[in-house]
Write a protein that binds this ligand. Sequence first.
Ligand SMILES: [Zn+2]
Length: 96
Amino acid sequence: MKILFCEYCGDLFNLKYELKSCNCGKTKGKYCTNLLNAVITDGIVISFSEATFLPAIRGRPNSGLGKHFIASILPKYADTVEVISLEDIEKDNTDE
Ligand SMILES: [Zn+2]
């Protein structure tokens, strides 16, 4: 699961196949043909390890420190994420 963080307004949101945007509009993104590849305009991509995230959800304790899971900040240039302009992502979204 990929989460996008906007450095301008602080919004965090999950990617979907439909284009989503942060509150300020500078960071937008969506998945491409699968849940691995995405296009974004800006922001920092956070990848949740589903192998640890889903068990942490299921094992949510009633109290205490909570349950840990693994997440990674993807590098600026990741093979699975293409950074494109706001104009191009809007055009790409209307083409579909
Ligand atoms: Zn923003």
